[in-house]
Design a protein around this ligand. Sequence first.
Ligand code: UT7
Length: 319
Amino acid sequence: MIYSRIVGTGSCLPPKIVTNAELAAQMDTSDEWIRTRTGIRQRHIAEASQTSSDLALPASREALSAAGLAPSDVDLIIVATSTPDYVFPSTACLLQAKLGIKGCPAFDIQAVCSGFVYGLAVADKFIRSGQHKCALVVGAEVFSRILDWNDRGTAVLFGDGAGAAVLRADSRPGVMASALHADGSHAGILSVPGNVCGGKVTGSPFLRMDGKAVFKLAVKVLDEVARETLAQCGLTTRDIDWLIPHQANARIIQATANKLGIDASKLVITVDRHANTSAASVPLALDLALRDGRIRPGQRVMLEGVGGGFTWGAVLVEM
Ligand code: UT7
């Protein structure tokens, strides 16, 4: 049997940090409100000249270096992003060029905050098919570009960044199970309802959200999809060493862990430092916990995404 394993991870956060206090100086909000409602203390914000592929490049190089591999070893590139550099070509193709390689398939996945989990599940299936041996899966976002900085209900929640993982074919399972879902009937609760037409933006180029509806649905589906993924391998929540849910809000993360009966000590939380980086949030958290030694070889990690679409999914990996 061919399986896929995560053999290296990497991160890139733009150097500029914006604290809650800095936001409170420019809009009607407070550090106290943001911290108590979301757990967020600060976020990284890209410079105007930095694109998703610019952030994806150092994260990818770091992941390849951790894996002891060169860009030329990669035979599949998947970039999850909702803030691509261009309408086209894909950010994955731009990343491929920046990595100095050519020929392998490269494409973007648009599943908003579930994007990295979607990408990992897809790459796992490509590798299991036997046609690919080394996949680079990246979540990269510059969400600051699609925020309405006059809307305090959304502007305080998001940040920029990129996280990457290298998946390699192996005879032992790294990716143990995965499950992906979507329900387009909820498209309206979280969207950027605009497009480019005749040289102009039609609709709105800003993120719109019904926060309460997203919150409720997120906790429900993160619970369900974790259980569904575990059931595929006959495991229960007791068999998880670490839970890495999408980092949208500390209260969503905590409520999900409570529902699953998973102790808070098994949670990796980065939302306090990174805010919600959409598709980048899960790989950034995974990379951090691998590098600081919390996640050790042989441990089981449940990665979970949820976001606009509505989309959700989970991947259970053994490191
Ligand atoms: O990747 C998925 C992305 N989205 C999410 O994860 C969002 C999920 N939802 C949430 O995290 C929460 O719903 C929020 C953090 C967005 C909001 O928390 P909430 O407890 O649902 O607050 P709310 O929307 O009910 O707002 C409560 C009050 C309102 O004032 P009134 O009407 O009670 O006077 C808001 O106007 O808080 C006000 N408010 C703010 N106040 C200060 C909303 N945003 C802010 C703000 N600062 N930034």
